[in-house]
Write a protein that binds this ligand. Sequence first.
Ligand code: 4NP
Length: 152
Amino acid sequence: MKKILFICLGNICRSPAAEGIFKKLIKEGGLESQIQCDSSGTSGYHQGQPSDSRMREAAFERGYSLESLSRPFVKEDFENFDLLIVMDQSNYKNVLAKAETPEDVKKIQMMLGYCTIHEGINEVPDPYYNDRFDYVMDLLEDSCNGLLKSLT
Ligand code: 4NP
């Protein structure tokens, strides 16, 4: 069983969208017994809240349903997951600050490192203030497809 954790800042936009997309790919591939995923945020600002309604709408239009509730990233996540996939450099620094071993550090990966269509960009921009929800969906669909290929 491979366990993947998607991480952003608030866990109400980018990482729950990645989780929703990846869960659908897992289901479509019949891979539920081999791959699991979850999401979390480096801040606890929105703990317990559903995803942002604008993100849910953009995802719904492409056939995904985002059902997770925001939870903060905790250092136990290093033990509980095989890969910790972050959306931007700031997330990377915040997660790295909680790493205790070289194995922990190796688990942290940039989401857009898995893209095959959108190359030359390495951060998923935060859509909370700029409204680029469709663009975020484009980037996340591309990277989730690449991630699945890398695991199978
Ligand atoms: P996310 O977006 O990290 O993709 O969930 C954000 C959501 C909320 C805030 C920042 C980013 N905020 O500052 O409240």
